[in-house]
Write a protein that binds this ligand. Structure first.
Ligand SMILES: *Cc1c(COP(=O)(O)O)cnc(C)c1O
Length: 406
């Protein structure tokens, strides 16, 4: 038995068994590399699930966080938090929206968005507001956000679900119109610009534009969950910006603090003043350390042109994957390689969960979503050389798996 195995067995009895974990414990990282407790090195194409925007041990982020920790980590929302103001100002500037609520995680940001939508309805005299959500959506694991999610595996065992959701297929404006026809209780549409957990499924840009118009006509809030696809990952600050639209509500989290938990709900004029004192709050939300992490992450992204890097290296990586898997794409064994920037999904014709362990054995961290989609969401500092390395490590494993008889 290796030392890793011993570590895992020794560590597991007291932590609840909620994750299908690999028998790996990471100890430290540098850039896009991480090392486990046994000293094995991995190329990190997962980035802590789209969280480690700046990779690991970033030479500018670390001293900034150390500085903040030495001053004040947490104050509380009874007082003004200057770092919140600084981060809010930046998010408003980047999004074209107007006001921000801070929290700590993605589900919390989505929970706040759902509360905003309901209160938007109540303020208009709608007693039983309904919210349009989508097939294959993932919005989190709280009772409300798992109800908005469309994965029966995530919902099973936790009923009764929260009511007031209408589910529609992706990219089908006629289906949306039919599902909401003559329904005066609809207050919002809520969706990911590019679905993450559902298998890296982008919304069509034309659909987003039509939806913007529809939301305006019907006075619905357009609420775009950018928790995974936002914060520069696709090569724009927010994935919906590829369509040239501005939403009314935008939850953020994952990549916002480059590893420090911080979430936000950004709101435009239609939604910015719905919450009044006492309507919503959270103890940790926007604390000085969390919001400093957000401010510094954005500052470094701007200084180092990481949006351009995500777009350029992402396109390069996608091309590399397409070339290496060209035979499999022709035969249909690989159904599609999709996504934008450094948010890519390789959709295989069969389940591929075993690839996470096989890739780790080969020195590469990846994830598999929706059973058969390999997901790559590496740090936005990824270089072309590292992209080549991902292709070289991953594609032979994919080809081999596809040749195996089930
Ligand atoms: C991860 C994710 C969430 C949930 O975020 P948590 O921080 O895990 O609560 C919500 N929406 C999307 C699109 C996500 O990818």
């Amino acid at each position: 038995m290796t030392a890793t195995r011993t570590f895992v067995e020794a560590a597991s009895p007291h932590v609840m068994n909620t994750y299908g974990r690999l028998p790996i414990a990471l100890s430290h990282g540098q850039g896009c590399r991480v090392w486990d407790v046994n000293g094995k090195c991995y190329l990190d194409a997962l980035g802590g699930i789209a969280v480690n925007t700046l990779g690991h041990n970033h030479p500018q982020l670390v001293p900034a966080l150390q500085d903040q920790i030495g001053k004040i980590i947490h104050s509380c929302n009874y007082y003004h938090v200057p770092n919140q103001e600084a981060l809010a100002k930046k998010l408003v500037e980047l999004s074209g929206m107007t006001n921000v609520f801070f929290c700590s995680t993605g589900l919390e940001a989505n929970e706040a968005a759902l509360k905003l939508a309901r209160k938007f309805g109540h303020d208009k005299g709608i007693d039983r507001p309904e919210i349009v959500v989508y097939e294959k959506a993932f919005h989190g694991r709280s009772i409300a956000t798992l109800s908005a999610t469309s994965n029966p595996k995530i919902q099973a065992g936790f009923g009764p679900l929260v009511e007031g959701f209408i589910r529609v297929p992706l990219n089908d404006i006629a289906a949306l119109k039919a599902a909401t026809q003559d329904n005066p209780n609809v207050v919002a549409v809520f969706f990911e610009a590019i679905q993450g957990e559902g298998g890296v499924n982008p919304m069509d840009l034309d659909y987003l534009r039509e939806l913007r118009t529809l939301c305006d006509e019907r006075h619905w809030l357009m609420m775009i969950d950018e928790v995974q696809c936002g914060m520069g990952r696709t090569g724009k600050w927010f994935a919906h910006q590829w369509a040239g639209i501005v939403p009314d509500v935008m939850p953020l989290a994952k990549g916002l603090g480059s590893g420090v938990p911080v979430g936000a709900v950004v709101a435009g004029p239609k939604a910015a003043h719905i919450f009044q004192p006492g309507n919503h709050g959270t103890t940790f939300g926007g604390n000085p350390l969390a919001t400093r992490a957000g401010v510094e992450t954005i500052r470094i992204m701007e200084e180092d042109n990481l949006l351009d890097n995500a777009a350029t290296v992402g396109t390069y990586l996608k091309k590399g994957l397409e070339t290496a898997l060209s035979a499999e794409l022709v035969s249909g064994a690989v159904k599609e390689i999709r996504g934008l920037g450094l948010m890519l999904g390789i959709d295989l014709s069969k389940p591929c969960g075993v690839l996470t362990q096989r890739a780790a054995d080969a020195g590469l961290l990846i994830s598999v979503t929706a059973d058969s989609v390999v997901r790559l969401v590496p740090p936005l500092i990824l270089t072309k050389v590292e992209a080549d390395e991902i292709v070289a490590l991953l594609c032979p494993l994919i080809s081999a798996l596809l040749k195996e008889t089930p």
